[in-house]
Ligand binder design. Structure first.
Ligand code: NAD
Length: 497
């Protein structure tokens, strides 16, 4: 609900001060209207933040556009120094970031700490990469001039982030964009704007110039981003979220030929072959499925197990699932926090109904937990056949589905039978078999005998309806750069006289 409340431009969340305005052209601006940020573990309001309008977004674009040339020409060393300072400040604030993230997203504090540490690593990665951007130099085909290729920043970039990884998504995008020399306008997710605010405040304190980093929170995502996408000064959109919204943004990008990177939905197959280490596979499946209460694009969405090990795997997986402690992310020993919102929790209940209707067998869990907060018990179903209603369906919930297959070929065929192509996993003790299967999985990323694989050095992203472009790795920064060719006449004779 949006209220008219021109309150103070900061709140105290879990004892930590967090700016609550919009950040435009180097300053925090309060808004006429605010919206509530809820703690999903209690359902209570923890802060009111500025509810940005399309006009605020365009003011942010004015600032980004004005800063464009200045930021582009900051020397690599000075830009890397800013990044190093930002990395140091971020690291000093690790506890504040983790606590605010847990307060607004519900994830257990241990997961918030791990997400924060990985996010800060991205800043270190880009600090090191800035000075190593390269170009090429070559003679023209028939002589007479030189072909010089360099790179220039694409220009002002809109970065739209989801709520499930509030820090990692913004750090990964902003790190690459800013390192490349693009000013940014961040549009946070309305469920988790506070982590983004702390991040942007830290960059301000590190000394990023006015206009280079801008942040708008809003309950009108569609209106705010449509206004930006229709403005020809915007040159890049980088989005992480659902495939439907990604498609809308791509359509909006088309008229202005806006450069677009998309990290979209997933339907990750977790393949356990007949020679797998069953204990390892079960342990990794639990992490891959129930991390962040199953609300991850790379989560194990379909656990596909060879019939030779299906009984042993399923028994152990259910045992480990039942050991998970569900609760408030601030409580020690909690493994699984709440679902992000009451609406999302209701969609998990609907999913359970769909599974029952499809004839799936409930092995554990299956219900929302009573009391305040949006908790759901870790749930496991054994699914018979290939129900139509589950085809290409991203569960995004603490609900595991186990399917049985009779051969490796059937496992690969079923794994690929989806419109998505983000992350897949394969478990086998035979490395050559692992490679053969991984090469046949039509996915952007394949975890071999491991269920977690995010890293700054890794090119993260998907094929098919899971996206366009990669985040992280050596090449991600080039998603924010375009080649520029310079032709230089050289008079070979003159040069030698
Ligand atoms: P979502 O698409 O509803 O929202 C993502 C972001 O887009 C939010 O900031 C939201 O406010 C904004 N948004 C919503 N409608 C918009 C519109 N019309 N125009 C512009 N922006 C709009 O997704 P979600 O529920 O926040 O996140 C879950 C989805 O994100 C899942 O499908 C998940 O797989 C995907 N995801 C993908 C990755 C990846 O890297 N591939 C990572 C995390 C999440």
């Amino acid at each position: 609900m949006t209220t008219t409340l021109a309150g103070p431009a900061e709140s105290t969340v879990h004892g930590r001060r967090v700016p609550t305005g919009a950040f435009i052209d180097g300053g925090w601006r309060p808004a006429e209207k605010t919206f509530a940020v809820l703690d999903p573990a209690t359902g209570t309001t923890i802060a009111e933040v500025a509810d940005g309008t399309p006009a605020d977004a365009l003011a942010a674009l004015d600032a980004a556009h004005a800063a464009r040339s200045r930021w582009q020409h900051v020397t690599p060393r000075d830009r890397a120094d800013l990044f190093a300072r930002a990395h140091r400040l971020l690291t000093e604030r690790a506890d504040a970031f983790a606590e605010v993230m847990t307060a607004e997203s519900g994830k257990p504090l241990t997961e918030s700490r791990a997400e924060f540490a990985l996010s800060a690593e991205f800043f270190l990665w880009y600090t090191e990469q800035i000075a190593h951007l390269h170009g090429t130099y070559a003679p023209s085909s028939h002589g007479g001039y030189r072909v010089i290729t360099t790179h220039q920043p694409v220009g002002p970039a809109l970065l739209i982030t989801p709520w499930n990884f509030p820090m990692l998504m913004i750090a990964r995008k902003a790190g690459a964009a800013l390192a490349a020399g693009c000013p940014v306008i961040v549009k946070s997710a309305k469920e988790t704007p506070l982590t983004c605010a702390l991040f942007v405040e830290t960059l301000r304190e590190a000394g990023f110039p006015d206009g280079v980093v801008n942040l708008v929170h809003t309950t009108d995502s569609a209106g705010v981003s449509a206004a930006l996408m229709a403005d020809e000064r915007l040159r890049k959109v980088s989005f992480t979220g659902s495939t439907g919204v990604g498609a809308t943004l791509l359509a909006q990008a088309a008229p202005g030929i806006i450069n677009a990177s998309m990290e979209l939905g997933g339907d990750g197959p977790f393949v356990v072959l007949d020679d797998a280490d069953v204990e390892l596979a079960a342990q990794q499946a639990v992490v891959c499925k129930f991390r962040n209460a199953g609300q991850a694009c790379v989560a194990a969405n379909r656990i596909i197990v060879h019939s030779a090990v299906a009984e042993a795997f399923t028994t152990r997986f259910v045992e480990l699932t039942e050991l998970l402690t569900v609760g408030n992310g601030f409580d020690p020993g909690v493994d699984v926090g709440p679902i992000i919102s009451a609406r999302q929790r209701d969609s998990v209940l609907e999913l359970v109904d769909v599974l029952h209707a499809a004839g799936a067998e409930l092995l554990t869990g299956g219900s929302a937990l009573p009391g305040a907060g949006y908790f759901f018990s870790p749930t496991v179903f054994r699914v018979p056949g290939r129900p139509e209603q589950l085809c290409s369906r991203e569960l995004f919930a603490p609900v595991a589905t186990i399917y049985e297959v009779a051969s490796t070929a059937e496992a690969v065929g079923f794994a690929n039978d989806t419109r998505y192509g983000l992350a897949a996993y394969v478990f086998t003790k035979d490395l050559s078999r692992a490679v053969a299967v991984a090469e046949r999985l039509d996915f952007g990323m394949v975890g071999i005998n491991r269920g977690i694989m995010a890293d700054p050095a890794a090119a993260f992203g998907g094929t098919k309806a899971s996206g366009l472009g990669r985040e992280g790795g050596h090449d991600a920064i080039y998603d924010y750069l375009e080649p520029k060719y310079l032709a230089l006449t050289v008079d070979e004779e003159e040069g030698l006289s």
